[in-house]
Design a protein around this ligand. Sequence first.
Ligand SMILES: [Zn+2]
Ligand SMILES: [Zn+2]
Length: 320
Amino acid sequence: MTTPQLPALLDAFPALTPCLRTATLLGPAPGTPGPHESSVGGPPLWPADEPWPHCRQPHLVHVREALTDAEREEWQAVERRRGQRHRPGDPHVLTAGEAATQSRIMDGGSLDQVAWERVRLVPRTPAGDGLPMVPVLQLRAADAPALDWPPGTDLLQLLWCPQDHAEPEGQPRYWGPVVELRYRAAADVGETAPVPPVPGGAKDVYLPAPCRLDPAEVLDLPEQDELPAGLYERIEEWAEERDLEYDRVLGCLPGWKAGGWPSWHLTDFTALDCRCGARMRLLLTLGSGGAPGLNVGRYGELRVFRCPEDPHHPVRLNVQ
Ligand SMILES: [Zn+2]
Ligand SMILES: [Zn+2]
């Protein structure tokens, strides 16, 4: 499967050819996948004698605290003064002092003015052995042969902790589920482990509905900052003349994807480097909506980047 306009684009811009990457669009669709199939939210082929991954990192939980009577009176006094100053078209003017009072009372959170409670997100470390992770993606090499599979493996599994974590270990500027990856050889798995029950407090938006995959191989192209200098402007012109879009139609293809190029449509391009110094490469993209029904980063995409030198170096996560 190739975007129909791709051959014409490559004819017009031969400099793009070295940028091509083969990717697999995973095409999750509702189903009841078994442990030997590629799936989203299906049971992974997990050896009974291998410990199930648990998350021990702090989770962000909403904590509600009642305001003291003094705080409530202070808040209401600010609101009364603001009401008295009300001018048409300019109803929300607060003095700097009043704004400081309200932000002190909210203390980094928000205010529930019905219950008069301060609502804050605070990190809480799970007790004991932590919380069992949930299966999110299982990919067989036969369904994504273009990925760089570590020798002797033909199964990639991604599990995550269905909670929010603020900059968990090794993930600067990342907020979302903590992810665990495993590569294995399907033939080596004998007896399989049952999937543990979903832990209490899990966020529904991080619990994928079971899906089978309908993989399709495509050619993907990078976004402007990862193209040779000056090329993007000429491509845009070319695309405009043909009433086409480059971003997300010809390049940085959206949705659940193995390999390919990442889009940087929310932030500027950010180079992600492994601790070994190597520039990391996009491994997986997990999308929001559709059949799996996830919502990552305000209906965005969670991208997993891998070290090209050693697939077992810790991955980096990024949401756009
Ligand atoms: Zn967690
Ligand atoms: Zn590395």
